[in-house]
Write a protein that binds this ligand. Structure first.
Ligand code: S3P
Length: 749
């Protein structure tokens, strides 16, 4: 048996937190000797009866003698007095920590006792865990499991003390984070103290009404959820509000401003702006879920995910819609705006999780970015040499574009970086970009099992320009190399086997950077600069594609998708649907922000027919095949796709996953190495059900989920699509717009 972590642990105070930690220490064998001092004799007796402590004292001096760990688990306001009392009896190697919710005042209390020369063993801490009940009996051994514990080591804190405390909290199955004291207090003011203040205040507001009994009696889930935390200890919150006064008052000011904004929107009945605000907040909430918790994506994990249900029945599909901004263009607007000189203003930005992951990454690298708000983003560029080292790994969520393009940019920085992603991204090949970057001198490692993320980069400011013949048609790899080329010596050029989306080239030019395109060869010279500009993001044709397919397979449908980007490197879906006989017109073509856009109208007037999909259109429709497979299933005759092996390395293996889903829904199809054969079930002039319904697993792939949703327009049985939360990566308004058109998707969490 290894030696216990501590010889003697003294708790000063033994409420919920202290007694829970004592339980962990007992259960994990972290010490043989726990003692406590509290003012309440009863607490000590109870703690002894529960077997939590060996000895209890009313005098803290007796408790701390010979202890190598002292845990101050008492109200923060008592800290100074206790420290004064126990100071002469602490040993040099004694670790002193606390569990208070504010840290600045704990440090002030310690300084009042010790002056600036604080003991090396003093490391304040804050377990972010609680329960509605308090006291020694309420303690639980698993109170801290899967919760965060923040340690705030001081300049005077010794590494050995910090390390032991990390071990202690990890034994409690907590996630330990270290940050400085001021940051802790600011973060907590916003994430904990303000919500508690609001909960107490709301309950108070309702309690003061004359009809309060009725209000409480009939109060439904909203009030219950919101007010739960107002049941916590008033004395504790009284103390916290004073202890963290400055940061809390700042947070309250921010709240008041925001409240005034929403109040005015309601008063003015500004429906557009109110929807914008609510939608933005909802997207942000989902974003935090995925970015921070990361739980819904974890493999083999029972966390409930979102699901779509679509019931059978004849449906119409009608209307004029603006789908959200283009994902590829949105990513690039942030990346280029960040390294430009001056300000970049973006409109039509996609507020989906993928683009938000890019936005967050640049914020993490010190770029000041305003918004997004109603699709508007303002980026205060820092210039090509202005990015700063991120404090921790950059989390790219589901987004391959972010990871591959940033691989190029980060390889050329003066700092090191690590990029991670969710379960889907963690399976995607990154060597395809790492290999050419290494030829340029980049020090980049794909640390996953098979050349997959995490990607770890040691910055190198001496990259060399190269020429690279791309082995696959990939705009992401092309772009990643060209972006590294911005910092490389001399010329960087790539030749692509077939043209792929050219947003990088177009947008670099819009930022004043010279990029040459000669046939399939694209080149640029390193060492230039980008100048901030205006970017108008067109609607994403890849999102419009679901509605195009939906309309094409539904009798009497008439759908217009407004202001969609029709960059010729993206229009494969229109060409292929036309070849299948769909009734599509491209109207009102114009240029907006350097990209061609148009309104696309699709009417369900004739049965589609199966075709051999043209291989030259594959890169131009690369993201649209899942939707096109749904169209093929509704077509008359066989559809064959070849030359599309890239589909196997998208957010999921889109050939296999689509084939599995199609088979589940009664469609005869055969996946091949580089495509699929689908036996369409359509008959000329007939518009009845094609799909049998069934349960579809989306494999964390937004486009799989949205494609099978469209099958709901022609189904004879209920369709359930599991794992649809990733739809928010590219098309946060998908269900809302689909339902407006007539599809009736039910969303359950
Ligand atoms: C993208 C390029 C394509 C596409 C992806 C976005 C881009 O990926 O599938 O959704 O923005 O450059 P590949 O480069 O892997 O083909």
């Amino acid at each position: 048996m290894s030696a216990p972590l501590f010889e003697k642990v003294a708790f000063i105070g033994l409420g919920l937190i202290g007694s829970s930690l004592a339980r962990v220490m007992m259960a994990e064998g972290l010490t043989q000797n726990i003692v406590a001092s509290t003012r309440s004799e009863k607490t000590l007796q109870d703690a002894k009866a529960l077997g939590l402590i060996q000895q209890g004292y009313s005098d803290p001096v007796q408790a701390v003698q010979g202890a190598d760990l002292v845990v101050l688990a008492l109200p923060v306001r008592a800290t100074q007095k206790v420290l004064e009392t126990i100071k002469p009896y602490l040993q040099e190697h004694t670790i002193i920590t606390d569990v208070g919710s504010t840290k600045g005042n704990v440090v002030d209390a310690a300084k009042a006792v010790y002056g600036e020369a604080l003991p090396a063993g003093f490391v304040p801490g804050h377990p972010i865990a609680g329960a509605e009940h308090t006291g020694v009996h309420a303690g639980k051994v698993d109170l801290f499991a899967n919760h965060k514990v923040i340690l705030t080591p001081l300049p005077t804190s010794a590494d050995w003390a910090v390390e032991k405390l990390i071990q202690l909290w990890q034994a409690a199955k907590a996630e330990v984070i270290c940050m400085d004291v001021a940051k802790h207090d600011e973060v907590l003011a916003h994430t904990s103290h303000l919500p508690h203040l609001m909960a107490f205040n709301l309950v108070e507001q309702l309690a003061n009404r004359e009809d309060n009994l009725d209000i409480f009696r009939y109060a439904a889930g909203g009030f219950r959820d919101f007010s739960r935390i107002a049941a916590s200890d008033p004395q504790m919150w009284h103390d916290i509000f004073f202890a963290n006064k400055k940061a809390i008052l700042n947070a309250v000011d921010g709240f008041e401003n925001q409240l005034a904004t929403i109040r005015k929107l309601i008063e003015d009945e500004d429906s557009h702006a109110l929807m914008g605000l609510l939608g933005h907040a909802q997207a942000a909430r989902q974003h935090f879920n995925h970015m921070l918790a990361q739980k819904p994506f974890m493999e083999n994990n029972k966390v409930t995910t979102q699901q779509f249900t679509i019931l059978p029945g004849k449906k119409s599909f009608q209307g004029k819609f603006s789908v959200p901004g283009d994902k590829s263009v949105s990513h690039r607007s942030i990346m280029f705006g960040a390294i430009a000189e001056g300000t970049t203003h973006v409109t039509g930005f996609l507020e989906g999780e993928d683009a938000l992951a890019t936005l967050q990454a640049f914020r993490d690298m010190g770029v000041s970015i305003e918004g997004p708000k109603n699709g508007e983003v303002t980026i205060h560029g820092v210039g090509v040499n202005g990015l700063k080292a991120p404090a921790s790994a950059l989390y790219m969520g589901n987004s391959g574009t972010s990871m591959r393009l940033l691989s190029g940019m980060l390889s050329a920085q003066k700092f090191d970086s690590v990029m991670t992603g969710d379960a889907s991204l963690s399976k995607r090949p990154m060597e395809r970009i790492a290999k050419p970057l290494r030829e340029m001198g980049a020090q980049i490692q794909t640390t996953g099992e098979r050349g997959t993320p995490p990607v770890s980069i040691t910055g190198n400011q001496a990259l060399q320009g190269i020429h690279y013949d791309l082995p696959m048609a990939s705009a992401q790899v092309k772009s990643g190399i060209l972006l590294a080329g911005l910092w490389a010596a001399g010329e960087t050029s790539v030749t692509e086997p077939e043209p792929t989306r050219d947003h990088t080239e177009r947008m670099l030019r819009a930022f004043g950077y010279d990029v040459k395109t000669e046939g399939n060869r694209i080149s640029l010279q390193g060492g230039g600069k980008l100048v901030g500009t205006e970017i108008q993001v067109p609607s994403d044709i890849s999102s419009a594609a679901f509605f195009m397919v939906g309309a094409a397979i539904t009798e009497g449908s008439d759908v217009t998708l407004e202001a969609v980007g029709i960059n010729p490197t993206r229009t494969g879906v229109i060409e292929i649907l036309k070849q299948m006989g769909a009734n599509i017109t491209v109207e009102n073509e114009r240029i907006a922000g350097g990209e061609p856009i148009a309104d696309i109208r699709i009417q369900g007037t004739r049965t589609l027919k199966g075709i051999h999909m043209p291989e030259d259109q594959v890169p131009l429709a690369i993201d649209e095949f899942p939707a096109l497979f749904i169209a093929a299933a509704c077509a008359e005759g066989r559809t064959v796709l070849t030359g599309a092996a890239e589909l196997r390395v998208k957010e999921s293996d889109r050939i296999q996953v689509m084939a599995d889903g199609l088979k589940t829904m009664g469609i005869d199809c055969t996946p091949t190495d580089d495509g699929i054969i689908i036996e369409g079930k359509g008959h000329s002039g007939e518009w009845g059900a094609i799909f049998t319904g069934g349960e579809i697993e989306s494999h964390h792939d937004h486009r799989i989920a949205m494609s099978f949703s469209m099958a709901g327009l022609r189904t004879s049985g209920e369709i359930k699509i599991i794992g649809t939360e990733t739809v928010a990566t590219s098309f946060p308004t998908f269900t809302q717009l689909s339902n407006q058109a007539g599809l009736a998707i039910q969303v359950t969490e």
